[in-house]
Design a protein. Sequence first.
Length: 285
Amino acid sequence: MLFLLLSILCSVTVGVIFKVARKYTISTTQIVAWNYSFALLLCYAFFSPNLQAIDTTAPWGIYIPLGILLPSIFLFLAASIKYMGIVKTDAAQRLSLFIPILAAWLLFNEEFNSMKLIAFIIALPALLLILSKKTDNTSNKWIFPTVVLFGFGAIDILFKQIALTTSLPFTSSLFVVFAISLVIMIVVILYELAVKKVKINSINLVLGALVGIFNFGNILFYLKAHHAFAKNPSTVFAAMNMGVIIVGSLAGILIFKEKVSRYNYIGLLLAIIAIVLISLSQLVN
């Protein structure tokens, strides 16, 4: 249970860092680039990926789009936290779990039982209530958490495809994807330096290092939690998603005084119920 708690705290801390970063003059692209630099180093240090086993037979058709998608969605995640807050962003990210489940049903003909159907029926109004805001509020940038939701859903589908199409360990594939993401971000930063005359700032290095450490910590402890609960993965699945929504909501409300309406609270409650039902449905199958 300790690994699960640490994974939840690491996940929420990434959002907290981006929230705190608003106080400084920062470059989000530089933060994301440094994030992948440190995540890549930690991945190599902790997992010792077998790079020699990665050749032309590896699923590059999945690695490359995933390597591009990861940093792109990370930028939308930062924007969502900035404009919509941690509460709504974390909830949208966790509700993205319904995207790969829906894809499994429609594309891969997996069984779709009544419990999953009920969960979907609950998840839709949950999302609408979570993202709802007064119409006179000009900061209602709902497009950002929406992209986060569909983006993380697509990322989950691609990671699942990696697991199905290669005998390489997940950690080796993760290293390759991180490397591609870093290359993409370096290209973006070089463009900003050359064309937009953006300067390299040390604060971006500090924040990027923190994001990278906690982002990697989230993955590391999540994998360890799955290993500890190998006979009951649905426990990890449910606790992780519910935990991030609850802890993220508490951080947003208590620390950053984010305004959450009665409808938002109802949406958060419905999201947790939907996640519980999805987890239980895994046991029914």
